[in-house]
Design a protein around this ligand. Structure first.
Ligand code: 5GP
Ligand code: MN
Length: 347
């Protein structure tokens, strides 16, 4: 595969490569990371809706299922689930002439799909805001300062000269991902430019109040009880300004866990005064792993921490990872790592 350009801002020379590709009719597949979140689904559908509007054929192939609270996003019916619609999904990847990978930076983030993507004949375009991107794409639009991949897709459309094509559906998709990835516009990555983009998207028809309700006000009683169980398990390690939560498979089963139910739980640790590092460990018996989410405030890089110790990565203040040992062994190992970081965590 040829590696043409890696750029941080969409500039006219780089966009020319994309334009020449999109001048031809393409079979386009758009791929989010495994366990896609609001930014991943929002950016994929925002881009898919845009590409279809300019006359291309575009399908989204998700590595696996995603939470119910994302299934109303415009174009949702266009998403193929690689696990559920495996034959169709493999065919789409095989026949694709152009593949966009959105909101992730290593093909391994697509799980089982990785080998099919590696074998695909298509040219790749990456749009992503995670640190340390791999170089598999013909065009890599990578900017770690960006609030979200959705904000980057907005920039991409603008640089392409397609702003006038942004309708209410596209605006809704992009608004959703910016909102979820910025914690409703409050994380450090939220800039005045993010707010300008958001203002534009509202003008184009994104119904901000409705979007917020559809994402955040759809709790089930069992999810609130699961939150209760999680908070009950909170461990505070004051000396390291750290707090963590665990959820065992048994607890998940007891509260009829369904995908997405634990979204946001990790953030509760950070609301404690003086806590700068918050973690949630979630047992997944089926996959035989502990899925871990890391969050921090300030300079402590959870991306580095997750990469070094838990086979993961992400951003400075939000990252994920996994462990293959038991839940109790994992938290024990985690606690043993903290002294090494005492200075960083207490400075
Ligand atoms: P979350 O904790 O919400 O699953 O993920 C937080 C951030 O870290 C997201 O930007 C997500 O894409 C990234 N992330 C989550 N899990 C992993 C992982 O296993 N590897 C890498 N490289 N990034 C991850
Ligand atoms: Mn994102």
């Amino acid at each position: 595969m040829l590696y043409y350009c890696i750029f941080e801002r969409m500039n006219s020379a780089d966009i020319a490569t994309v334009k020449s590709l999109l001048e031809q009719p393409q079979q386009i597949v758009i791929v989010p990371h495994k366990n896609p979140d609001g930014d991943a689904i929002g950016s994929c559908l925002g881009l898919a809706n845009f590409l279809i509007k300019i006359g291309q054929k575009a399908t989204v192939v998700s590595p696996n299922d995603y939470p119910k609270f994302l299934k109303w996003i415009p174009g949702n019916e266009r998403i193929l689930n690689f696990e559920r619609e495996n034959t169709q999904a493999k065919k789409a990847i095989r026949e694709a002439t152009l593949i966009f990978t959105l909101d992730f930076n290593q093909l391994s983030r697509t799980g089982q799909m990785e080998s099919y993507l590696t074998e695909a004949e298509a040219d790749f375009i990456m749009i992503d805001h995670h640190q340390q991107p791999d170089t598999y794409a013909k065009v890599t639009y990578s900017d770690v300062s960006m609030s979200s991949t959705c904000e980057m897709v907005y920039n991409f459309i603008e640089a392409y000269g397609g702003s006038s094509k942004i309708n209410a559906e596209i605006a809704t998709c992009l608004y959703t991902g910016i909102m979820t990835d910025t914690g409703s516009f409050k994380y450090r990555s939220t800039t005045s430019q993010t707010h300008r983009v958001i203002a534009e998207l509202i003008d184009k028809g994104a119904d901000n109040m409705l979007i917020h309700q559809q994402i955040y006000d759809t709790n089930s009683p069992s999810r609130l009880h699961l939150l209760g169980a999680a908070l009950n398990n909170l461990v505070i390690l004051k000396a390291y300004h750290t707090a963590y939560i665990t959820l065992s498979q048994e607890e998940l089963d007891k509260h009829q866990f369904s995908k997405g139910d634990t979204e946001g739980f990790v953030n509760y640790g950070l609301t404690l005064e003086g806590i700068v590092f918050a973690v949630i460990f979630i047992e997944n018996k089926e996959e035989g792993i502990i899925k871990i989410s890391f969050r921090s405030t300030g300079d402590f890089s959870v991306n580095e921490f997750a990469r070094k110790h838990f086979n993961g990565g992400g951003h400075t203040n939000a990252a994920g990872g996994r462990s293959d040992i038991s839940l109790s062994e994992t938290t024990k190992h985690f606690e043993q790592l903290l002294p090494e970081y005492e200075n960083q965590l207490t400075s």
